[in-house]
Write a protein that binds this ligand. Sequence first.
Ligand SMILES: Nc1ncnc2c1ncn2[C@@H]1O[C@H](COP(=O)(O)OP(=O)(O)OP(=O)(O)O)[C@@H](O)[C@H]1O
Ligand SMILES: [Mg+2]
Length: 251
Amino acid sequence: MTEALIELRGVRAAYPGRGEPVLDGCDFVFSEGDKIGLLGPNGSGKTTLLHVMMGLLAPACGEVLFMGRRVATEKEFRQVRLQVGMLLQNADDQLFFPTVLDDVAFGPLNQGLSPSRARDAAVQTLESLGLAGFENRLTHRLSGGEKKLVSLAAVLVMQPRALLLDEPTNGLDPETRERLVGILAGLDRSSLIISHDWDFLACAARSFRSIRHGHVHVEPPAIVHAHYHRHPLGGEAHDHGDPVARSGVND
Ligand SMILES: Nc1ncnc2c1ncn2[C@@H]1O[C@H](COP(=O)(O)OP(=O)(O)OP(=O)(O)O)[C@@H](O)[C@H]1O
Ligand SMILES: [Mg+2]
């Protein structure tokens, strides 16, 4: 039987002044081995769901369980955050040190690694994401896509057993987005991915959920199909390959 990593039971989450709660009696299970794509219109509560799962927002009612145990206090959620990595929707909320190296080494230092081992881990992770040589770059001067990738490095360097990714492809060019599909496919890590990029989700996720009216709904599996399209390479012969075969995740 697959083990539930994080479970929400009857969660109600609301923000002051918003009126209707965003999540209203919401049940959701994220299990070991899952690769879930989470869809939903703007403002439907996707980010809110992730924040509740990580203890960044306390539910008004209901409970959060981590590996079968109720978690409620900051101390309890700190244990969750050591094992589950979250990529925030806005990279500027994730990066707070002057240099890329400081940002990426912060997690491993926090996990108790020595400064030199934390540095090595950071350098290695940056390299694996195609960011070799970025160590001394100033974080606030990076482009939007670069910030997104550095944020991802800051998450992956901690080798979390599971990943919650909030719009990881937002602002990435097609080539970098493609690289990200490959990286996620190669990670073999339980993951919950929010995205409005359906093509990306079809490659990166194996099952799908959506949020509507404060509840999580199970969506049917993705069906890969061809369609007419246009893009700047349209006039030249080119090959898109088979994204599913390439990523190897939808078998
Ligand atoms: N801190 C906050 N204070 C007040 N309202 C908030 C706050 N954060 C989110 N909301 C509101 O809660 C609702 C759900 O927001 P949430 O960010 O979870 O949506 P989302 O599904 O992630 O949307 P998007 O696709 O645009 O990222 C929205 O109506 C939003 O305006
Ligand atoms: Mg969001």
